[in-house]
Design a protein around this ligand. Structure first.
Ligand code: FE2
Length: 422
């Protein structure tokens, strides 16, 4: 395959990209095609690495309104609904797999090729874990799925949580999670982190903690996560997701915390569309909006990425799996609207996500796997403004999705229009 006239990020002159055997072999000007090469003319549009969604809950997607709608729009009612849905047996192995597969199709159509999903391990039988492991294998030629074993109800609030986490690791999940701010006491929260870091070391997996997703300015587990990342030597294999309490910390404490975060090299994930709607519900005015300090973290050189978190589930009724939706909302709520910040913000759904997921072969460079998007737009600003559906999504040199002209066609060999309804 030869891609002509590609606008690469940070490069003013248009480039050609030659791909052979699924890899980038040459990037430069005036590359000529062999008669057997498929030629795609990017026409000066932005060509960039695929989107990375670092935080999703594929085991809940598509369940919005299944039992009843969330009338208040709050997390509290969402938790009630999830419990009622489970008690009513409305989520089956088959429906969970069908919904996750459908949403993964949306994500592929929208240019995501790498995704980290959490899966609730606080359930008997670990059926959800098994289903997502099956999908990880079935879809591996289209999208890389990383699975986080997530003790949704709390390591010390669900009887078999630790045993289930270890079982999930033995089943082959990639990452271990925790939710320390949700445990009954601070001590339980700290102990849960000790436990999951020990399991991470034992099974040589990454760590991704739902961390301080609360408006309580006293919720400070992120400092423990960072400290343990240093003490265990896991460093950038560790991620703190959400960290919304950081938006409520005083500046003196945050200044000290940032030094620790820099030394720890941990990653932070912001799920802006979700936290802006779920947090701040106990406030009158001024009203907090549940956003971690993305702008300041980036300025301090700390790796931050963004994720979808919820797509059409009891917590959040919107979403099409388009990372540009997440980024556009994130840019607004995080005040990333300075001219250069907007261009740089594209890292939040590309390069920074790849760092978080520890994707060694990510990026458009000679010798790396030919994974890329051709987007409709002359640069990052243009693409974000227009919320462009990818003209092409190419994975290992094969076209996965192509725009025709408005709805994406997914998996070129067996094309079908993607229907964004469930
Ligand atoms: Fe989450």
């Amino acid at each position: 395959m030869l891609v002509k006239n590609a606008k690469l990020r940070g490069n003013e002159e248009l480039q050609d990209i030659l791909i052979q055997d699924g890899k980038f072999v040459q990037i430069g000007k005036n590359i000529t095609a062999d008669c057997e090469d498929e030629v795609l003319d990017a026409g000066g549009n932005l060509v960039c690495p695929p989107y990375v969604d670092t935080h999703c809950h594929l085991d809940y997607v598509g369940t919005s309104g299944l039992l009843r709608p969330n009338m208040s729009g709050t997390l509290f009612e969402a938790i009630d609904i999830i419990g009622e849905q489970n008690a009513a047996g409305l989520i089956t192995r088959e429906s969970l797999k069908e919904n996750a597969r459908r949403v993964l199709n949306w994500q592929i159509a929208n240019g995501t090729q790498f995704i980290r999903t959490h899966v609730n391990t606080d359930e008997e039988g670990l059926v959800s874990t098994q289903v997502l492991i099956e999908l990880r294998e079935e879809l591996k030629d289209y999208i890389t799925i990383q699975i986080v074993a997530f003790p949704q109800l709390g390591v010390y609030k669900y009887e078999n949580a630790l045993e289930n986490l270890e079982k999930a690791l033995q089943m082959g999940v990639d990452v271990i999670g925790a939710i320390p701010h949700f445990e009954d006491t601070r001590e339980d929260g700290l102990q849960s982190l000790q436990d999951i870091f020990a399991l991470a070391k034992k099974y040589d997996v990454l760590v991704d903690v739902h961390c301080d997703e609360i408006d309580d300015e006293q919720s400070r587990f992120v400092e423990t996560v960072a400290s343990m990342a240093i003490k265990t030597g896991l460093y950038d294999k560790v991620t703190a997701s959400h960290t919304t309490a950081m938006g409520s910390y005083n500046n003196a404490y945050t200044f000290k915390l940032f030094s620790l975060l820099q030394r720890s090299k941990i990653n932070i994930i912001c799920n802006a569309p979700i936290n802006i709607t779920l947090q701040g519900r106990g406030d009158t005015y001024p009203k907090r909006r549940g956003i971690t300090r993305v702008k300041e973290l980036l300025e301090a050189g700390i790796n931050v990425s963004m994720g979808t978190d919820d797509i059409m589930d009891p917590c959040y009724p919107f979403g099409t799996g388009n990372m540009l939706e997440v980024l556009l909302i994130g840019i607004h709520v995080c005040h990333l609207t300075g001219y250069n910040e907007i261009y740089k913000a594209f890292d939040l759904i590309t390069d920074n996500g790849a760092k978080t997921m520890q994707l060694a072969d990510y990026g458009i460079e000679e010798g790396k796997p030919a994974n890329f998007l051709i987007l409709s737009g002359k640069d990052e600003m243009d693409v974000i403004r227009r919320m462009s559906v990818p003209l092409y999504s190419v994975h290992n040199g094969k076209v996965l999705a192509a725009c025709a002209p408005k709805l994406a066609k997914v998996y070129a060999e067996d094309t079908f229009d993607v229907d964004f309804t469930i």
